[in-house]
Design a protein around this ligand. Sequence first.
Ligand SMILES: [Fe+2]
Length: 474
Amino acid sequence: MSTQMKTEEEFNPYLSGNYAPVMDEHVWEDMEVIGEIPKDISGNFLRIGPNPVYVPDVATYHIFDGDGMIHGVEIKDGKATYRNKFVDTEGLRLEREKGTWIWKGMASMADLAKGVAPPEEGLMKNTANTAMVYHSNTLYALMEAAPPHEMKLPSLETVGEHDFNGKLTHPFTAHPKVDAVTGEMITFGYSPMPPYLTYSVINPEGEIVHTAPITMPKGIMMHDCAITENHTIFLDTPITFDFQRAMEGGLMLDWEPENGTRLGVVPRMGSDEDVKWFDVDTSMCFHVANAWEEGDEIVVQASRSLKSNVASATENAREGVVDPDEMGKLYEWRLNMKTGESSERYLNDVHHCDFTRINDDLMGRKTRYIYASRFDLDHGAKFNAELKYDNESETVQVHELGAGRWGGEGVFAKRHGAAAEDDGYVVLFVWDENEQQSECVIIDAQNFEADPVARIKIPSRVPFGFHAGWAPDA
Ligand SMILES: [Fe+2]
């Protein structure tokens, strides 16, 4: 029995409970199912997240720092196979060879400002821990400061970093957008050093066909973007990088509301001089749901919060502090391309939520429904429900997960031969704290508040993570 007590400094909420990493990789078949796995979907439900192998300092570990691990549930003919695998990054390989940590993650930004030399192995580790995208018959694991990792399906084996035949000249957002109609993938990268923002378009064959630096007043953390049929929308929100501030003892990455918030609209193949910027109320937006064109207007729907403080996330979580102003709610901006004016409103001001998703076939086209995960502000902002927002009735349906059951990002998987936008299922992982049991939960999107059609009990624990995705059969 261990008698070692953890001091407050040693306790890190993002290394404890169901945030704690798992080290073993499994393949499970014939799992126990409550309900029935639908036979009219086939594909791979995927969820990626930080799963640190070596932690330099438990007290300062940031949830952004962990090594990427993908948890996948392959669904076919009413049967499911679960697999989990580390993304086999070069950084993790080097650390495993050394037998200890090399990179300090978010904490290394302070070192950089102090002039401490980075590790000889490189400035940072490409953790590939944030999100995934499926494009041109290829699955990529993404982190926003580095190139994508190409992955195999359904095995989740790592092929390696992908630089688009040397044409990728910038970091690659974790949230590129795939236009299902044209087959193009729209992406960007941000940087603390100029060019602060670079925009790229990738053709259906997976080749970069357009790259343009975009002028920004300051380096910022730009986590997501949006597309419409003809345009791309950048989110200039005030989480800024500031070397001077860091050298003076402040944070390298901090909330700077006086910088304000702007949305920038550029034609899909446009460049810096084509960007139209719209000033909007100061706010933070981590995740867009969708955007589309309506007459002269661009409509953008998202989860939007009044402020943000990513750098202090660990301290706040350790103290159990949840600031409602930092938690998103469903929101809409309308940008008039003719007049240059904008309007904005809450779509729903009751539920705090994030991880906004749609039927991805309609990315950039008008959508009726948004799916999102609802925060429980009384329980450290874990997710206790899935939401389905209806733009026509302006109402929300709530799929409660139940007491002590915590969710994560849910993705929409369409039914074979789907006829309607919501003809399919919402799939997510749930951690049942009472039973200490991980489940893959499948909800009928058209009978959203009913019990799940299937709860697949995963024999090993699936830690909380970041983004989910759905990829077709390989
Ligand atoms: Fe994200």
